[in-house]
Design a protein around this ligand. Structure first.
Ligand code: S3P
Length: 440
């Protein structure tokens, strides 16, 4: 555990570049590892979560190497040809690696054991065990349907039509990935749209995948026993990492910060919309397409924010950004209310409880409800900061750590957090960029 105090350091200025998108990075390694032939990936996020996916894909037989210029070269094994890993797969902190790879294994004639850290070992896996069992896979999970778990894949697996009971791109993707090696057509019905990187990228790798609409719901059909062709992937910058700097530059007076190359897929861009509703000054510069995803540079200038009632319908498009939105709300004029956020309780930590406790410790006025937080903002006045000797508990959750680092920038006495190491799961350059932007 490495504790650290984040203190006010003046406006954020200049130009920064955030690392590659985590969701897209995971998928690029998985799909390249399943293609027949050589793919190249540039802009890959080299965080611990993505490295866990790379290690697992190697254990399944893919060859993965990093070249000196940062390009990742992947020689895939081919759909249907995954090898049985010799050892348990350590997924670290990464729910995305775990759930998506469980989907892959489910339709191959192999057995794999998944383990993880204390945070991941507490997270629900039943949501993927249920559909993958219907496809024929069998499981021996720990009590409550958690890791460590052993998965025996089925070959041939059975195609299903599965209506998602929770709005989860991970569950959707697990079923679609299982469908890749399943004879026939596997369908996922999505009542609420979630991030669609799997659909976009699988199509790029040559899978036959159709996205339609029935009665207001999205239906995704994947044709099984797919042959994936290698491709070159360019990973855009991660909007979920940019989020910390979008909020920081919005709430620190005098800031004028440009964040280059930020992915703005509509299934991910909810925070931008909500911050603008609160009065943020964020311009999209040079909009373009990178790797099949919409991207722009974001110029963020300090602006006074006003509290709002956040429409729960936007939650899936900013599901990972609520911790830092709560920090923005703590500095806004008036009250911000969020609802419909039960899913935040099963992320890397219970993010409603963790952020309510963290912000309260730092001097904010917060009420926690079953499905959201109500936050009474300071109207721009700095927070007091954490009391001497008291640290925010980050609970093995990178986004709690980074959100409270941002809170430290608008505090009188600084915000101390108990552990910065979780930041390395998704944003290894965070501390450096924070120092760079504050010193510019
Ligand atoms: C992710 C989906 C989301 C998100 C996670 C990454 C993905 O999880 O919170 O950080 O890459 O598919 P859920 O599917 O559980 O909502």
């Amino acid at each position: 555990m490495t504790s650290h105090t984040f203190a006010a350091a003046g406006p954020l200025r200049g130009t920064i570049r955030v690392p590659g998108d985590k969701s897209i990075s995971h998928r690029s390694l998985m799909f390249a590892g399943l293609a027949v032939g050589r793919s190249r990936i540039t802009g890959l996020l080299e965080g611990e979560d993505v490295l866990a996916t790379a290690a697992a894909m190697r254990a399944f037989g893919a060859q993965i190497a990093r070249e000196g210029d940062g390009t990742w070269v992947v020689d895939g094994v081919g759909v249907g040809s995954l090898l049985e890993p010799a050892q348990a797969l350590d997924m670290g902190n990464s729910g995305t690696s775990t759930r998506l790879l469980m989907g892959l294994v489910a339709s191959h004639a192999i057995t794999a054991t998944f383990t993880g850290d204390a945070s991941l070992s507490g997270r629900p896996m039943k949501r993927v065990i249920d559909p993958l069992s219907l496809m024929g896979a069998s499981f021996e999970a720990s009590a409550g349907g958690t890791l460590p778990l052993m998965l025996r894949g089925a070959s041939p697996a059975v195609p299903i039509t599965y209506r998602l009971p929770v709005a989860s791109a991970q569950v959707k993707s697990a079923v679609l990935l299982a469908g890749l090696n399943t004879p026939g057509i596997t369908r996922v019905i999505e009542p609420v749209a979630t991030r669609d990187h799997t659909e976009r990228m699988l199509t790029g790798f040559g899978a036959k995948l159709e996205v339609g609409e029935e009665g207001g719901e999205t239906v995704i059909a994947i044709h099984g026993e797919a042959d994936l062709k290698p491709m070159d992937v360019v990973v855009p910058g991660d909007p979920s990492s940019a989020a910390f700097f979008m909020v920081a530059a919005s709430i620190v007076p005098g800031s004028d910060l440009t964040i280059l190359n930020v992915g703005l897929n509509p299934t991910r861009a909810g925070l931008l919309q909500v911050l603008r509703q609160m009065g943020a000054d964020i311009a999209e510069v040079n909009p373009r397409e990178v790797g099949g995803e919409p991207v722009a540079d974001l110029r963020v200038r300090h602006a006074p924010l006003t509290g709002i009632d956040v429409d729960p319908a936007i939650a899936p498009a900013m599901i990972d950004e609520f911790p830092v939105l709560f920090v923005a709300a703590a500095l806004a004029q008036g009250t911000t209310r969020t609802t419909g956020l039960e899913e935040l309780r099963v992320k890397e930590s219970d993010r409603l409880a963790a952020m309510a406790a963290a912000l309260t410790l730092a001097g904010a006025r917060v009420e926690e409800h079953d499905d959201g937080l109500t936050i009474h903002g300071t109207g721009g006045e700095p927070l007091s900061g954490t009391p001497a000797g008291a640290d925010v508990a980050t609970r093995l959750d990178h986004r709690i750590a980074m959100s409270m680092a941002v809170a430290g920038l608008v505090s009188r006495s600084g915000v101390s957090i108990d552990d910065t190491s979780p930041i390395n799961t998704s944003f290894p350059t965070f501390m450096g960029l924070m120092a760079e932007a504050s010193a510019a």
